[in-house]
Design a protein around this ligand. Sequence first.
Ligand code: XMP
Length: 416
Amino acid sequence: MKKELLLVLDFGAHNNQQVAKIARASNVYCEVKPYNTCTETIREMNPKALIFIGDEESTETDADKKAAGLKKMGIPVLEFGNKKDPDQVKSFIFDRCCFSGNWTTQSFIDDMVEQIRTQVGDKKVLCALSGGVDSSVSAALVHRAVGDQLTCVFVNHGLMRKGEPEQVAEIFGKQFNMKLISVDAVDRFLDKLAGVDDPEKKRKIIGEEFIRVFEEESRRLGKMDYLVQGTIYPDIIESVSNKGIVKSHHNVGGLPEDIDFELLEPLKWLFKDEVRQVGEALGIPHEQVWRQPFPGPGLGVRVVGAITREKLEYVRESDAILREEIRNAGLEKSIWQYFTVCPGCKSVGVKDGKRTYEQAIALRAILSSDAMTADVAELPYPLLTKIATRIVAEVDGVNRVMYDVTPKPPSTIEWE
Ligand code: XMP
């Protein structure tokens, strides 16, 4: 099927992804490029129509000259300024440009499977599977294309939530029947992290150790030709934006620089919601595909200060209770992220008539759309009470529960 392209040129818009999302939601494939992309590149992309998007009133600048030049290409152009009217986009793409609207989740999967098969041929592919949405969907897509030529490596660093390592083995090892190597590196990570209380040092250790373990495994597997990366479209738009905004991604799965792989990035044209739709269409369970964001360094940034096995257990168990209660209350879809933190402070309490001196646990539940800013979710008070009661009753070593009511800014979402 021929893919019709709508190209959005970003002339400094506040939200340059909005139009692309509207077009794609109408089954029209759309990409975003900075306005100063070379005209020859734009011609080669062969767009059926162009949309110029910018926040500011135009003045005689390079941008205007560029816009004037592009208008001479002879394809329809919509200039989209401050007054955003989505209806306007739809009427442009369908009434004026007659896009057929044939870009769907299934057509994406079919095209990408074909593309991966052609690119990979009979070569071998390696994937670091974390269980996160992007790596899971990438792995499932590549597996659909090349089957057993793909080997996934799952590194259990001991900083996962309750049940996660088992879930990865169940879904990808059993249901998908992928070649999956699970590496139990818990002792190794926790030994390296012992006594380290500086948040940045902890992150660095976790990131580096992950790379070391992954390198060792890949060496054991022999020569692999391709490495799967879960890059998604916002990563690309943000890194080439003409406003120079580069979001720093501090993922555990950073690439070993000295390993000789070609990259396979099957999701690099998709927004997060589209990644999720592809994941569901490929048969990844709903809960896995719609799970909330989880930081690469895992619970390592939710135990404040030096990590111990005990503190990890307090966070893991209390987090499981919080998740269960939020799910039971039917709130899981309306909250961006919710989790527990072990701040590492002990306080005095009483249990069964006896004095206790135990750890406190903080609950965090926030609303956000992009994680750049966040508001506190106003959880119903009876729900908070229920969660607190369960945590102090069920998690040995915890005698106090707090609710973090700070938005971002001034706080960040995670505590470290
Ligand atoms: P902060 O704490 O900076 O978090 O407000 C913003 C979002 O990013 C997630 N986060 C991370 N994700 N590696 C990641 O992959 C990390 O090191 C990391 N630190 C924070 C956080 O959960 C939130 O969604």
